[in-house]
Design a protein around this ligand. Sequence first.
Ligand SMILES: Nc1ncnc2c1ncn2[C@@H]1O[C@H](COP(=O)(O)OP(=O)(O)OP(=O)(O)O)[C@@H](O)[C@H]1O
Length: 502
Amino acid sequence: MNFAELVAASAEVGSTRSRKAKTETLASVLQRLEPDEIEPAVAWLAGELRQGRIGTGWRTLMGAEGVPASEPTLTVAAVEAVFEELAGLSGAGSVLRRRELLDGLFALATADERAFVIRLLTGDLRQGALLGVMTEAVAAAAGLPIEPVRRAYMLSGVLPTTAAAALRGGLAELAEFRLEVGRAVQPMLASPAESLADALAELGGDVSVEFKLDGARIQVHRNGDEVRIFTRSLREITSTVPELVSLVRSLPCSSVVLDGETLALTDAGRPRPFQETMSRFGADEGDSILLPYFFDCLHLDGKDLLDEPLEVRLEALKVAAPDNRIPSVQRPSPEEAAGQLDAAMSGGHEGVMVKALDGPYAAGRRGKSWQKVKPVHTIDLVVLGAEWGYGRRTGYLSNLHLGARDPNGGEPIMVGKTFKGMTDKLLAWQTEEFPKYERSRDDHTVYLRPEIVVEIELDGVQTSRRYPGGVALRFARVLRYRPDKDAGQADTIDTLRALLVR
Ligand SMILES: Nc1ncnc2c1ncn2[C@@H]1O[C@H](COP(=O)(O)OP(=O)(O)OP(=O)(O)O)[C@@H](O)[C@H]1O
């Protein structure tokens, strides 16, 4: 396929708010691709490179000048070949070769194609929010129902691979995706419940009511002595959490996949701040000790359990990790369930999860069979920009512009601003970190690529004429940043609108 067609389709997807129009445009591109072009094209349309980052900063790119081509001649395959070579470069001569490759590519590219390549290589096109729409487009293009595509995506964790399988091999090839010990799957998510009583009323009595610990999600894979640990967004963190690795290695089983939450505790046994847990997911090993609290078992000793009801998975969990389970009660009376919520809150935790005991592990989407009950209302929003502070905050990036996710895969929709809840340390961090995501700036504000997710505590929302989504936050304050989430996992404008009616 001509690269120009893909570039035009990407622009078209970006310029409409309609989910249907986006899906149709994407599906029509997918149908016209050569088999080898499917994977790169799906990645690019979501603003990603299959090769990850390929070391071409702004500076290198801006050096590539000259008159753009007047006629498009590049193909998707030809552009991918250049990216492949760029990704493989290292050592002596690589700077020169990079320059040559980019110059060669730019000489053949039209102005639109150049702009697309630059935005792709700098991460400016990255659109986690588009993944849901893309999954639907893959199903439509392949003429398949959505469920098998979603399931294969959950099992592979990689949409381009899933798309290639769906389009080239249909249902038969999708069915070949299995849970593979060692390869992360998309985690199952929960829906928010209004209250404990509501969750119990909706799910009936056959539930597990578990502490909702305020740590960070982990997915643990063990095959014999080999252990791998992943975050919520499927990033591998095995090397930074040695204490979890050795604990998992000592569990009484030979192969296992566990889902859980990890956190560090104070000497008094209370949870340490979330930031401390997250910092252990970075490069440094830190000095706090992380403990795992498992709540699900997806595989045990050769048997896949994804399609088994939760009750069976919890039995397996009892066998695999008897001493590292999250506190839970099964089939509680309403009083026992309320007692569980009280116990969680007085232990310094976030709330409880109420889970249907007959539900399979349905990943990737927010289902009703897991419901979270949290007395304090928080939402995850995308940082769109920050204004320079004044007075005591002069020189610091302070007032945040906040956006909710567009469920149809468009740019986040601005819903308010806040400069509340920030410590001096956080202000310093924002000032240092935000310019790395800069899209543009004016005298007052640095505008950012929509990638950073922040958890906001709020009193509610109100209707607004000023903001484009028709809703604005009321008394919003920063609770913490969520480096374990990307913009595709932020809360949607619909979630905020639903708060209007409360
Ligand atoms: N017992 C539990 N069962 C499942 N998830 C739990 C449990 N305790 C804590 N969690 C955490 O809660 C999250 C599930 O809530 P949700 O699906 O809303 O994800 P989230 O958006 O990260 O949640 P939140 O923003 O409320 O922390 C999980 O990702 C996990 O990290």
